[in-house]
Design a protein around this ligand. Structure first.
Ligand code: ADP
Length: 166
């Protein structure tokens, strides 16, 4: 980083329940355009997640070892407050389809009103992952289907295990 230049830190928030190839693609691409990327797992009791926050932190850590400028954290409450807390000036979100857009636009505009020092930047999905979401992974895994196209190999058994216990 150049001397005297302020560190550019972005935050990439999500549920990551579980992390998919779509998330990994977003992480790799956004880490390239900032100095530091904070991947922030939202702790949302209303969502009834498949994986605990600790499990999600550890899975994200395992599969992003090749990205040097990344930090994985979890947070409660408002994203915009957490972004301020970690001194991030950018929020990164992914856009897969028009259906993502309306919701994301509203959130981004709200956040900007609450704190105009933080901007939201959208990356469009890579075409090969445009269909992919954590919900799809859970749906297919719940029927014992093949999820190897959706998530890294080392996570597959952990995902199936969640359903075999149910
Ligand atoms: P959330 O519940 O906040 O949407 P997710 O874990 O589902 O959390 O997604 C986190 C972020 O990653 C969101 O901005 C979402 O649009 C983006 N994302 C998820 N899947 C993909 C994908 N396949 N391609 C690009 N972006 C994605």
């Amino acid at each position: 980083m150049q001397r005297g230049k302020q560190m550019k830190r972005a935050i990439y928030p999500g549920s990551f329940d579980p992390v998919t190839f779509g998330h990994i693609d977003m992480i790799e691409r956004s880490a390239k355009i900032v100095d530091e990327l904070v991947v922030a797992i939202l702790v949302n009791s209303a969502k009834n997640p498949l994986f605990s926050v600790e499990e999600r932190v550890s899975m994200l850590g395992e599969i992003t070892g090749h990205v040097p400028n990344i930090r994985i954290m979890s947070f409660h409450g408002l994203l915009i407050d957490f972004a301020q807390e970690v001194d991030a000036s950018i929020i990164v979100r992914g856009l897969r389809a028009v259906t993502d857009f309306e919701y994301e636009l509203q959130i981004a505009q709200t956040n900007r009103i609450v704190n105009d020092r933080i901007d939201t930047v959208f990356l469009t999905t890579s075409l090969e992952y445009a269909y992919l979401s954590s919900t799809i992974v859970k749906e297919v895994a719940s029927y014992g289907g093949d999820i190897s196209h959706f998530v890294p190999e080392q996570l597959i058994d952990r995902i199936y295990a969640k359903f075999s216990r149910k």
